[in-house]
Design a protein around this ligand. Structure first.
Ligand code: FPP
Length: 232
């Protein structure tokens, strides 16, 4: 059995608590999302410093369309204005941006901002940040299975075949998933990949996260013994 590496190779983050952060300050929920973006930048930088290779952020779920039109359109506006708008930041710190989710169902301006950002950062090598946008774990599995069936009519699917049919097959499975704001559930995040992921939940609201939270996660990860169904 392999020893648990010093830091997760791939960390998944469910950013929660933006609304509560804003509410505590009598601000609109959108202010929490803007502050959440600042936290995301602090966290990526420290993750890179810690040697984490891949970090996936749950930015917008397939269920988030249920929110008010104002909140949804603010989040879409944030993606259009800040995704490509933060290019200097990604280039400075060697951050490669990838995305995961039902991208073709997003507003066309968001799709363009994504395409430009992914393209402009493709050669960066310090850390890969994967943004899960219009993302649902169940939706992703269904789409991968349907793709497989279309390409292999009459064949039954195996675990290996499904792994290859999933998006970003070259990215290692997530080693650890963490969630902020004291909620303890996965909410349809990385359902296939999380089969053996370590889980950790923290009280702090997402907009308050900084380098110390990434250090705490790495410390927590070092304490875990990963057995993958075997014995120690
Ligand atoms: C969950 O908190 C947060 C979200 C649904 C949005 C997260 C998005 C960002 C941090 C912006 C990312 C932007 C770019 C450009 C990558 P919540 O609203 O559910 O909080 P609550 O549970 O306290 O209401």
């Amino acid at each position: 059995m392999a020893d648990t590496p010093v830091v997760p190779t791939h960390l998944g983050i469910i950013m929660d608590g933006n609304g509560r952060w804003a509410q505590k300050r009598s601000l609109p929920r959108t202010a929490g999302h803007l502050e959440g973006l600042k936290a995301l930048k602090r966290v990526i930088r420290e993750a890179a410093d810690q040697g984490i290779g891949y970090i996936t952020f749950y930015v917008f779920s397939t269920e988030n369309w249920k929110r008010s039109e104002q909140e949804v359109s603010y989040l879409m506006h944030l993606l259009v204005s800040k995704l490509h708008g933060e290019l200097a930041f990604y280039q400075k710190y060697g951050i490669r941006i990838l995305v995961r989710g039902k991208i073709d169902a997003l507003p066309v301006q968001v799709q363009q901002a994504i395409e430009q950002t992914v393209d402009a950062t493709r050669n960066n090598t310090t850390i890969t940040a994967i943004l899960a946008i219009n993302y649902g774990g169940r939706d992703e599995i269904c789409r991968a299975v349907n793709d497989f069936i279309a390409q292999n009519p009459g064949k039954s699917i195996s675990e290996d075949a499904l792994c290859s049919a999933m998006p970003l097959p070259q990215i290692p499975c997530v080693d650890m998933i963490v969630r902020s704001a004291n909620e303890k559930r996965l909410s349809n995040f990385l359902l296939w990949d999380s089969a053996y992921a370590e889980l950790a939940f923290y009280e702090k609201l997402w907009p308050d996260w900084d380098a110390s939270d990434v250090q705490q996660i790495c410390e927590e990860y070092r304490q875990r013994v990963r057995k993958f169904g075997g014995v120690q």
